[in-house]
Design a protein. Structure first.
Length: 479
């Protein structure tokens, strides 16, 4: 039996200013390691804002045989530093990393970071545990699918691991979490969890990393598995807010309706935050009250470049048949709506960014976020090359070594202008809100947003709404 320490390197998955969110990937990896009989600990250094000295002390105190972490593009440097610290304090410890960036750039990762022994490529739930088993038994690494490592000075890559078909077979290690660490700030004192009901996607967006990771195949957990997990989290760990992650959790209407009906019947008094799509919301317009009765209070929808890049002559059509209609359905049901506008095409320009701002105003969700990749005006980017720059040049940009060909000032200024215009336009609507759930929810959300951004300074009229003298109404859990 090996001692394994899982250390988080970054807060990921959702916008961090609204709460403290658990790393679901670590929970799944730990569950499989537990099932194999290993002594496992999850150390959420990222959520606790622990620096390298605190992380080093934890590693020294726990004295693991293996230290695992994961990394995205912007957290690769931090993840590598954590594993280097493990080598410094323990010497012969085995270090393993997984995640999007290492999967796509394993050659670069192994070349640049000598403290990293193994890269796990793709879905790591089964690969991590199999690797630990093989290391423990001193068997050949050739049979461990989905890894990369250096052997005799050369990077060796094993066969790709097939995607996990039966997601119900996985057993997340919920018992290893320090639940007091996780909360949704909008509901003070709440205990927050994350449930994944499916994986993958059947779409073919050219700029999505899932294509390169070969994770497009959509796989869903059974209704029985999802509902049993939600009930267990609420009753055993006393969760009162849960994020239903993966925007395609609502894809299968029959399956999704069974989950809603179960939630209504159980009356668990849990608040649900859901990622979904405009198409699914419109499809479910006749049962939207089930969403509310099931406890759904907030729905996040994404807008990709294809939608934002629509020609001006298509705006009315898009509004009447797509996202704008979905927002109206949610608004009429008393459910908070949020849009995430992704502006990332290489040919993106100021006119298209302005277009996204105008379309967001027409959609008029309760909240909107704009994101523009800093490589938006890279002169040499083609469709096939975009992800190479996203994973390599963008990483260097994040750490201050920006290529000369990348200009971010104009795009950042335009993004700030989108935020300023959007939320300035919402003031009149918000001023007319009656005291109650929605006004309190929006007020708390925007106070959190202004703590992490320039919005309060750019829109001084927001301050009376957010901080002005008025009778405080304690926020209620349900509208």
């Amino acid at each position: 039996m090996s001692r394994v320490l899982l250390v988080t390197s970054a807060v990921g998955g959702v916008i961090r200013y609204t709460g403290k969110w658990l790393n679901l990937t670590m929970v799944y990896i730990a569950g499989e390691l537990q099932r194999q009989g290993h002594d496992v600990s999850i150390y959420d250094a990222a959520i606790n804002n622990h620096g390298i000295l605190q992380i080093s002390k934890k590693i020294l105190d726990y004295r693991p045989d293996v230290v695992l972490t994961t990394a995205g593009t912007s957290s690769m440097g931090t993840a590598a530093e954590i594993l280097a610290a493990a080598k410094r304090v323990l010497g012969n410890v085995t270090t393993v990393i997984g995640g999007i960036y290492p999967t796509l750039r394993y050659q670069e990762v192994l070349d640049l970071y000598p403290a990293i022994d193994f890269v796990v490529r793709g879905e790591g739930d089964l690969t991590f545990s199999e690797l630990v088993n093989v290391l423990e038994s001193n068997k050949s690494l050739d049979g461990v699918a989905g890894i990369a490592y250096i052997s005799q000075g050369q990077v060796k890559v094993t066969a790709e691991r097939p995607l996990i078909k039966n997601l119900d077979s996985l057993t997340p290690a919920w018992d290893l979490l320090e639940w007091r660490d996780y909360t949704y700030y909008i509901f003070p004192g709440s205990r927050l969890g994350v449930v994944s009901t499916s994986r993958g996607c059947g779409k073919s967006c050219w700029d999505c990393t899932q294509i390169r990771l070969k994770l497009r195949c959509w796989r869903a957990r059974s209704v029985e598995s999802v509902t049993a997990e939600i009930e267990m989290l609420v009753r055993e760990f006393e969760l009162d807010v849960i994020l239903i992650a993966n925007e395609l959790s609502t894809r299968d209407q029959a399956r999704w309706t069974k989950i809603l009906d179960w939630l209504i019947t159980k009356k668990l008094d849990v608040k649900l935050l859901v990622e979904s799509t405009a198409a699914d919301i419109i499809r479910d317009k006749d049962i939207i009250q089930k969403y509310k009765r099931a406890g759904i209070v907030h729905i996040l929808m994404g807008i990709g470049p294809n939608t934002i890049g629509a020609r001006k002559t298509e705006i009315n059509k898009v509004i009447s048949t797509g996202i704008g209609r979905a927002v109206n359905i949610l608004d009429n049901a008393g459910i908070i709506s949020e849009l995430f506008c992704l502006i990332e095409r290489p040919e993106e320009n100021i006119e298209k960014i302005r277009m996204s701002s105008e379309m967001a105003k027409l959609y008029s969700p309760d909240f909107v976020h704009f994101a523009c990749n800093p490589l938006w005006n890279h002169p040499d980017l083609g469709r096939g090359e975009f992800l190479e720059h996203l994973t390599s040049d963008y990483y260097r940009y994040c750490y201050g070594d920006s290529p000369a060909t990348v200009s971010v000032r104009t795009s950042q200024s335009e993004i700030e202008r989108c935020y300023e215009e959007y939320y300035f336009g919402k003031l009149k609507e918000w001023a007319g809100l009656r005291p109650g759930f929605k006004r309190d929810y929006i007020g708390r959300y925007m106070r959190l947003l202004t703590n992490y951004s320039y919005i309060a300074e750019r829109i001084p009229q927001l301050k009376p709404f957010l901080f002005g003298p008025r009778k405080s109404t304690p926020i209620r859990y349900m509208p």
